[in-house]
Design a protein around this ligand. Structure first.
Ligand code: ADP
Ligand code: MG
Length: 326
């Protein structure tokens, strides 16, 4: 589209920073549309995430980490669907053309794309307040996607990796109340916030095993709530089982950390359900993917999310997740 763009400079900018090899595409960057092919027995999984400076990231974030994260949040959606990421497009609004920033951003995104065999096949570039919109295209055999609506009473609730680190990282960067982590712990939490690692291999390994799945982007409790609502079930979660990283483990009694485990955003772990009889298969899938998984509760017939402590006493969280319009 015309308007608001860098006449002349835009095309060389795309050529310099966003024209990467696209061996699987019939046509990649440079025409009016990319041309892509999927095998006939595959469904296309499509997801878009928009990241706006000041809302989703701090404007002074390292550009390499920002390029990484802009793709990571989309790869995480593919992981949550059990889809194999294949292609992506990138729409960028830039306040100015800063070559060093673009080079860092591009390198960060390209490195993560390379790790996941994901090819950048198009996008749009315009002048405007810094915002980044990635659309990702993945593939999954017809009928095998992990959806939010398959949880059944008697299933167990699992979560990958650890929770809350990103929220503590954000608290540290913004000067909000946070536990007194040492320098290494603080750096680890900030890395989780700025350069999350999407659980793509786990999502693929859980096909045919998990009954429902989603990625934890807004906070564990809020996101699990989406699965419960879509599946028409409830869950009982033992809050003391929620997995904490080595950085946060010494501080799980700290109220800010308790809230981060339950309600902190930006973790990009997978939360999934599976029949109790499939627990061994879940552990095998996790081992195959090289990821830790933790069983944190069970699905029940009654609607809603019940949080209980180690002795089974009900708990009331202070904060359950981020809602932009809440
Ligand atoms: P159009 O005017 O048809 O929208 P553009 O001039 O915006 O085309 O883009 C030219 C080509 O560059 C297209 O193939 C488009 O997909 C690609 N492109 C534009 N911006 C980006 C970007 N940020 N990353 C990757 N590809 C891009
Ligand atoms: Mg365009």
């Amino acid at each position: 589209m015309p308007g608001g763009r860098q006449a002349g400079g835009e095309f060389s900018l795309i050529a310099r920073h966003f024209t990467w090899p696209t061996p699987s595409a019939d046509l990649g960057v440079g025409d009016d549309a990319a041309l892509l092919r999927l095998a006939p027995d595959m469904q296309l999984a499509v997801s878009t995430d928009l990241l706006v400076a000041g809302t989703h990231f701090l404007a002074d974030t390292d550009p390499g980490r920002l390029g990484h994260k802009s793709l990571a949040v989309n790869l995480s959606d593919m992981a949550a669907m059990g889809a194999k990421p294949r292609f992506a497009t990138l729409a960028l609004a830039l306040p100015s053309v800063d070559e060093a920033w673009l080079a860092g951003f591009s390198a960060g995104m390209r490195a993560l794309a390379g790790q996941h065999g994901t090819e950048l096949v198009g996008g749009d570039t315009t002048r405007g307040p810094l915002s980044i919109c990635v659309t990702i295209l993945g593939e999954v055999p017809v009928g095998r996607a992990l959806r939010r609506d398959g949880a059944r009473p008697g299933d167990e609730v699992w979560v990958s990796g650890t929770l809350g680190d990103a929220a503590i990282g954000l608290a540290l960067l913004t000067g909000s109340p946070a536990p007194a982590l040492d320098a290494a712990g603080a750096a680890a939490c900030i890395r989780r916030l700025e350069a999350p690692m999407p659980q793509v291999a786990l999502g693929l390994a859980l096909r045919g095993i998990a009954s429902a799945a989603l990625d934890v982007s807004d906070g564990f409790a809020a996101d699990l709530g989406h699965v419960l609502e879509r599946s028409g079930v409830g869950a009982r979660i033992e809050v003391d089982r929620l997995p904490a990283s080595p950085a946060l483990a010494p501080f799980v009694g700290h109220p800010v950390v308790r809230d981060a485990l339950l309600g902190g955003g930006d973790d990009y772990e997978l939360c999934f359900t599976a029949p109790a009889a499939a627990a061994g298969e879940v552990r095998n899938a996790a081992a195959l993917a090289g990821v830790a998984v933790t069983r944190v509760g069970c699905v029940v017939a009654d609607g809603g999310l019940a949080l209980v402590d180690g002795e089974g006493r009900p708990l009331q969280p202070a904060r359950t997740g981020f809602d932009h319009f809440g």
